[in-house]
Design a protein around this ligand. Structure first.
Ligand SMILES: Nc1ncnc2c1ncn2[C@@H]1O[C@H](COP(=O)(O)OP(=O)(O)OP(=O)(O)O)[C@@H](O)[C@H]1O
Length: 777
């Protein structure tokens, strides 16, 4: 058919060797499309059809308008080169096309459906997407990478193998068993391209696939693209910074200022703008666009004079039908259209497309995705997660061993009574020689010469204290003042006689006798734990000492006791230690926060390396990712829990009176709670750094308020009420009751802990689901 006859300017190019044979046909089809009144059917017959697209980032007060009423038409079976300066919105447009971002207003039709609607297959296997970033796992080999994406696309094993061989050869890639991380940047980009090509999708979207690729290989990639579009079933949209390589595309769209400056075949553009290269075309069009916004400069004038502006009128003036005008794809900045809206409708031999089935425009909801989880997606994700673990054995051993490394210092360092506390003693019963030799002779029996030595001996034997004898009281106090001793003890010269008199005939003892039978202690009370311990040991030792002394003299030793009888405890031991008190909270905290860190880390690594984005475009859904992470992280968390419990109760023999399985169940629920909190963090924040801040920020309040460090009963009353709602408070109380009181699940304190942690798991999971639903990416 004669080009002029169908309204196409006579300069319109014939198909060249480099462009596909259907070049003219595609351009003609497109012109036919834009010259017809807009119908839903005509839009749906294009591979991609974008109408009046508006997209902005930022707030409405300070908007960054990226797409500003953009129209775009990509006929089926074409290679469409999307060109524009860096930052002009190419990636944004592509991510709207693949259904990963939403327009603020406007329409997008992709392969006959709306991206993100049920049954559209977009995102999904109908699309092959190569993002700008590498978006591959460095720890996987090329073969494993392709297997992973092959399984996602439901390809058979043999198909994956065949395509892998073919693509590695086509893209001149080395041995398939080479790790991606060991490839050069250009090779990695080619593997990324191979992933997009693997399942032979209907629409290939390639964001700068030829960066870092040498000219020879670049040509063979283009040849392949031309080849796969020949049958008319595959469409390619490609962005590139090498503008002139797009000369091989069937059509190019020049994007600037949020609009398409032009949308035509490369040869046509070059001829119309009297330009040697597409870069020149772009330059001239940019100047034309700028002229609509500011006064023409002399340079602009010069350039414009060289431009043969096509005989096109402003569609805004020419087109009475606004809807029709909006269909013109290719208008630029100031509404001057490249494509003649007034052009006669062309008659073409292009066959009319068969009627399409009615579109299903129901957007896919999270619940729908939950309902239609696909087993091959789960298979691929779980396989990938475990493979990642196997490839990172060191990291995994560290992650699994970390709780043990954390519980060891706790068991060794926390809760044990201090020993070797120095006591400066001015014992005036001792001779100067004894003080010199630091030796206080101990005698037993009723008639003793120095009872003070017997008391001091008992004191030293319980190991909390060491004694240093000094000659006078002032020296003893000086030792405390200088921080060299925790307490000073002064014993009078007639201590033994006075004490005997006080014990045997206390009623008639004079004041002097009582005072000289006192042990005078001055302590450094600056450290609560140490001073309490000294206080306790000095007193308890004295009661034991008096009991001993009385029994030596055939007196009932009970007479020496304080008359308050602390009988056998109902729960716990007479001398409880802080380790037993703190252990439940510490174990739960370790499991909880490690699960938070591991889960949010794993999710964010996927997201920030672009893998998540790529998987979502391939059709993986939020619920599938969530479920696969639950499965894999659960195994990690389970091994962490088992190791922590073994170390705590088997090696360190922490008190365990109740049922160990209740403890295990509580720990696992607690780990699940940490995982779900990790999901929330990874969905809510964008970077690992922010995730770390959130995790760290939540750590101290949760730990301080859950009753590990200090009993809740000692907290500010309002805080006591508030802490009850934190994730670790009730579980800590519950675990403490199982461990030390031996209570079962029928006890309210125990089951409240289970109810509290389960509720938190549900709250976090619902939050994750809402975030996945409302926060894209
Ligand atoms: N998530 C985002 N939030 C805010 N602004 C964004 C976001 N993504 C992109 N932008 C902004 O939108 C504009 C277009 O970005 P886009 O990545 O789409 O450009 P591009 O044409 O693909 O650039 P390049 O060729 O350099 O990749 C830029 O100004 C960018 O800063």
């Amino acid at each position: 058919m004669d080009a002029a006859a169908d309204g196409v300017p006579p300069t319109a190019p014939a198909a060249t060797a480099t462009t596909a044979n259907s070049d003219l046909d595609l351009a003609a089809r497109r012109r036919l499309f834009i010259s017809q009144p807009s119908t839903l059917a005509t839009r749906r017959q294009q591979a991609v059809c974008v109408r009046r697209a508006h997209k902005m980032y930022g707030s409405s007060k300070n908007p960054n308008v990226v797409l500003d009423g953009l129209n775009m038409t990509v006929p089926k079976g074409s290679i469409y080169g999307l060109l524009g300066a860096s930052g002009c919105g190419k990636t944004t447009l592509l991510s709207c096309i693949v259904g990963r971002r939403r327009l603020n207003s406007g329409e997008i039709w992709v392969l006959g459906g709306r991206p993100g609607s049920r049954g559209s297959g977009v995102p999904g296997p109908r699309i092959g997407y190569m993002p700008q970033e590498i978006a591959l796992y460095g720890e996987f080999t090329m073969r494993e990478t392709l297997i992973y994406f092959g399984i996602i696309s439901a390809m058979s094993k043999s198909d994956i193998e065949d395509r892998t061989e073919f693509l590695l050869k086509l893209l001149n890639l080395p041995n398939a068993s080479k790790f991606v991380k060991n490839l050069s940047g250009g090779q990695q980009r080619r593997v990324s391209l191979a992933v997009a090509l693997l399942h032979e999708p209907e629409l290939l979207i390639l964001d700068e696939p030829t960066v870092g690729v040498d000219p020879v290989l670049r040509q063979s990639i283009w040849d392949h693209l031309v080849d796969i579009t020949k049958n008319g079933h595959t469409t390619v949209i490609i962005t590139t910074h090498y503008i002139d390589e797009c000369a091989q595309a069937h059509m190019i769209g020049l994007l600037r200022g949020g609009k398409m400056l032009a949308e035509e075949s490369p040869d046509y553009l070059r001829q119309q703008y009297n330009a040697d290269s597409l870069e020149d075309v772009f330059l001239k069009l940019s100047v034309l666009q700028n002229m609509g916004k500011r006064r023409r400069s002399s340079i602009a004038q010069e350039i414009v004079e060289q431009v043969t502006v096509p005989a096109i009128s402003n569609p805004a003036l020419d087109m009475s039908d606004e809807q029709h005008a909006a269909e013109i794809s290719g208008e630029f900045g100031d509404n001057i259209s490249m494509s003649s809206a007034a052009r006669d409708p062309i008659s073409t031999t292009a066959p009319a497309a068969p009627p399409l089935p009615p579109p299903q425009e129901i957007p896919t909801s999270f619940w729908y995705n939950l309902h239609v989880m696909q087993s091959h997606h789960l298979h691929a994700l779980i396989w990938k997660n475990f493979l990642w673990m196997m490839r990172n054995v060191g990291v995994m051993l560290f992650i699994v061993g970390l709780p043990v490394v954390q519980i060891l210092p706790f068991c060794y360092a926390i809760g044990h009574d201090p020993t070797g506390l120095k006591l400066a003693v001015a014992n005036h019963e001792m001779s100067g020689e004894m003080i010199m030799e630091q030796f206080c002779p101990v005698h037993t029996g009723c008639n003793q010469t120095m009872l003070s030595c017997r008391y001091l001996d008992m004191l030293v034997k319980n190991k909390s204290m060491v004694v240093q004898y000094v000659t006078d009281d002032e020296m003893a106090y000086e030792e405390v003042r200088k921080g060299r001793a925790w307490a000073a003890l002064v014993i009078q010269p007639n201590y033994t006689a006075s004490l005997m008199e006080r014990v045997e005939d206390g009623r008639y003892a004079e004041d002097g006798t009582i005072e000289s039978s006192d042990l005078a202690v001055r302590m450094d009370w600056s450290n609560q734990q140490i001073s309490q311990l000294l206080y306790r040991d000095l007193q308890y030792t004295f009661f034991n000492f008096v009991g001993d002394m009385l029994s030596d003299c055939d007196v009932n030793p009970k007479l020496g006791r304080v008359p308050v009888d602390f009988q056998h405890p109902v729960y716990g031991y007479r001398n409880p230690n802080f380790t037993d008190f703190a252990a439940p909270g510490v174990i739960l905290t370790i499991i909880f926060f490690l699960a938070v860190a591991v889960t949010s880390g794993a999710m964010l690594i996927d997201r920030n390396e672009g893998m998540l984005e790529r998987c979502l475009v391939a059709g993986i859904t939020g619920p599938e990712i969530l479920l696969s992470q639950v499965v894999t992280q659960f195994t990690v968390m389970l091994s962490q829990t088992i190791f922590v419990l073994i170390v705590s109760f088997y090696f360190f023999e922490l008190t365990l009176v109740g049922n160990i399985w209740l403890v295990v169940a509580l720990c696992i629920l607690n780990g699940l709670c940490g995982m779900s909190f990790g999901f929330v963090i990874s969905c809510a924040v964008d970077t690992e750094r922010t995730a770390t801040y959130v995790a760290m920020g939540s750590f101290l309040p949760i730990v301080m308020l859950c009753g590990i460090i200090w009993p809740i009963e000692g907290m500010f009353p309002l805080l006591q009420f508030f802490t009850a709602f934190l994730p670790l408070t009730k579980p800590t109380e519950s675990m403490r009751s199982i461990l030390q009181r031996g209570w079962g699940i029928d006890n309210p304190v125990v089951y409240n802990g289970f109810i509290s942690i389960t509720s938190w798991v549900l709250v976090f999971l619902v939050l994750t689901i809402l975030l996945l639903k409302f926060k894209k990416g």
